[in-house]
Write a protein that binds this ligand. Structure first.
Ligand code: GLN
Length: 505
């Protein structure tokens, strides 16, 4: 089932199942994400939620930050309780239920839907990639190629999702169809969300059909070897449940007594604080833990620098779905050869560019051979491309004034963002984890996801400023901040190399 199996492009046939599972999961995630902020800020009369932009940005940032934060919890569940195979299945089920909930109008269904998708993606996203790794024996040289194929599945889903959800949610032709069927055209948004549920359903069906293609190890929680492990896991689970219950009961109690009122804005601020506390806690623990040798602490400084770089990168990048999505809807002339397409289709550009250019960028690194840049250099380069993407948007905003501009600006911006992503994303997690001692590898995966989580949070907050600042100020500040850090990181490349070399010597 592993090394000898070549059923999918010379790869284990389980890769086909995981490819399509993740393709459909990303179809649902990116399909929903493409219309989320647009739905929140759309007036109630147009079927939206009529939220002020700052609140919509806060909700979007909190939602996507929690998605990435929960991958850490999802990893724990797979490792200690469910095993990978079941975690991915139940994750998919929760995601589908979340999108079904969003398919029904209402405040309650909206927030329940977001919470279900957060927990479901937490269970699925990290664990499905771990299952890809499990398909290959440790010495199997096909592993990297397997991950590249899998990454194409991710982006095929990311490409198709917004095309479907965007057409259903925004295109006048579909609204006319709804009216002809005697349904309210304003319900179009919910058909968009519904398409995400249908996609996840397809993903689950083929996952269940392909269940015998995975190694037995995927059935067992890998972290449970002895009876003591099992009782430890049970204890941790009980503590976790107690903490969550206490937090929920405490919050409800305080809200009922009138001491606090639970608002989306309040929850968003609480999550801001939570992320700060987790970051300080993680790094505080790592820097002070007695188990760490002075050499390991030196490497930890590099981890901290890369963590900051990654956070800043995702803070700019993830504005693709917030600030830039609003720019697409409000400030872009969305026509192609005279035909008007939904603004959310531009959300597919990133994935399309990844599919087209990932092989090119990969080939460039390969061709550079021994001169292949170090991870800090690639991080710095990735940030430069991101800053350039915002320079493009700054130019668009300055030259466009109040007129709608050509979609070519956004396409150029997404292209540059994508090249930046290709410099950072494929190397990020491995760079951070190779710097860390073996005993904390799983933990380092969490550190990487934490940086993406904080990045998403900031991206939502900045998107919320869309109406509070002029667009040149918004794009200029984002691009400028990214550029400053790109330069700082570039200046640190040589000191970092020397520091690591001293350590090795
Ligand atoms: N687009 C990729 C995915 O969905 C990477 C996203 C990320 O790491 N933030 O897996």
């Amino acid at each position: 089932m592993t090394s000898s199996d070549r059923g999918f492009f010379g790869h284990p046939s389980g890769l086909s199942t995981l490819f399509f599972t993740e393709m459909w999961e990303r179809f649902s995630y990116y399909g929903m994400r493409a219309i989320l902020i647009l739905f929140m800020v759309a007036p109630v009369t147009a079927g939206g939620m009529g939220m002020p932009v700052p609140q919509a940005g806060a909700v979007q940032g909190t939602y996507s930050a929690m998605v990435y934060l929960m991958t850490m919890v999802g990893g724990w569940f797979a490792d200690r309780l469910l095993g990978l195979r079941r975690s991915v299945f139940w994750g998919g089920v929760l995601i589908m239920c979340g999108h079904i909930s969003l398919a029904f109008p209402g405040m309650g269904t909206f927030y329940s839907g977001l919470i279900l998708v957060v927990f479901g993606t937490g269970l699925l996203k990290g664990n499905v990639s771990a299952m890809v790794g499990q398909l290959y024996a440790p010495e199997d040289t096909r592993r990297d190629a397997g991950f590249s194929i899998y990454y194409m599945g991710v982006n095929l889903g990311g490409f198709l999702g917004p095309l479907v959800s965007g057409w259903l949610a925004q295109q006048p032709a579909f609204k006319t169809m709804l009216a002809n069927w005697g349904l309210s055209p304003e319900a179009a948004w919910h058909f968009g969300f519904g398409s995400a549920a249908v996609g996840m359903f397809f993903g689950l069906i083929q996952y269940v059909l392909g269940r015998n293609r995975f190694p037995d190890a995927s059935n067992r929680p890998a972290g449970i070897v002895t009876a003591a492990d099992a009782s430890n896991a049970r204890r941790q689970l009980l503590i976790g449940i107690a903490v969550v219950l206490l937090a929920v009961v405490g919050t409800v109690g305080l809200a009922n007594s009138g001491a606090i009122s639970v608002t989306p804005g309040g929850v968003a601020t609480a999550v801001d604080l939570l992320l700060v506390v987790i970051t300080i806690g993680l790094f505080g623990w790592m820097f002070t833990s007695a188990d760490w040798s002075p050499d390991e602490r030196t490497r930890l400084i590099v981890v901290a620098v890369l963590f900051l770089g990654s956070t800043i990168f995702w803070a700019g990048f993830e504005q693709g779905a917030s600030t830039l999505n609003l720019f697409a809807a409000r400030n872009t002339a969305n026509t192609f050869l005279g035909w008007a397409y939904p603004s959310s289709w531009l959300q597919s550009a990133n994935s399309a560019f990844i599919i087209l250019f990932a092989p090119v960028v990969g080939a460039i690194w390969l061709a550079l051979g021994r001169r292949n840049p170090s991870s800090p250099t690639k991080f710095s380069l990735g940030l430069v491309f991101l800053a350039l993407a915002y320079a493009v948007m700054l130019t668009a905003a300055l030259t466009g004034g109040s007129a709608k501009v050509s979609p070519a600006w956004l396409l150029g911006c997404y292209f540059l963002q994508t090249i930046g992503e290709l410099c950072i994303s494929p190397v990020g997690m491995s760079a951070i984890s190779t710097l860390a001692p073996a005993r904390v590898q799983g933990f380092m995966m969490g550190v990487w996801f934490l940086s993406i989580s904080i990045g998403n949070k900031i991206a939502g907050r900045v998107g919320g400023l869309y109406e509070s600042f002029s667009l040149p100020a918004l794009f200029g500040t984002t691009g400028g901040s990214v550029l400053v850090f790109a330069v700082v990181l570039a200046l640190l490349v040589v000191p970092i190399r020397n520091m690591l070399a001293r350590r090795a010597g």
